[in-house]
Ligand binder design. Sequence first.
Ligand code: SF4
Length: 205
Amino acid sequence: MGRHTQAACKLCRREGEKLFLKGERCQTEKCAYARRSYAPGQHGKINVRTSEYLIRLREKQKARRIYGLGERQFAKYFAVAAVRKGATGEKLLEYLERRLDNVIYRLGFATSRQGARQMVRNGGVKVNDRKVNIPSFQVKAGDAVVIAPKMTALAKSALEKFPDKTTPAWLSLTGETEGKIVAAPKREEIDTNVAEQLIVEYYSR
Ligand code: SF4
């Protein structure tokens, strides 16, 4: 299945909150969720009976959509997190955060993860002086990320669009088009509105 077969804004409306999938537009009054904060479709305004299973499912779907991943890809991250030492939910978020496309987005070189993914795919990003065009590439502490010359205008323009964006503590913006991975992200440094324990419970059912 494709990564995003539905329009991004419908995903926010489905999850009942802003997932910030469209960059600049999400901050404006054009935001579809701000205008219609109910689920899409004919029965969107009807309250659906909820259950523990549904709550966990929705949390998993929300996280998957925030990071723009397919069902199988997301399940793979969970499987890897589950066999690592430490809290599975936190490990899961750490792996999602350490994706190269997410790092480009967090550093502010793209206004959305989707934009960051395009940038990586199009050969616009180097890690430790080597071109990496795999959005899922896992960065690690000490890695240096640089935007290639053909994408610098795009990266600078993204930075200018969100001048107040704060760089998370595990990353460092070392230049207009450069960043560094300071350490692996800790849970409290990950600004993602996800209750990871519910995702663990979803997969443990
Ligand atoms: Fe979600 Fe952004 Fe669309 Fe608003 S504009 S509904 S936050 S993707």
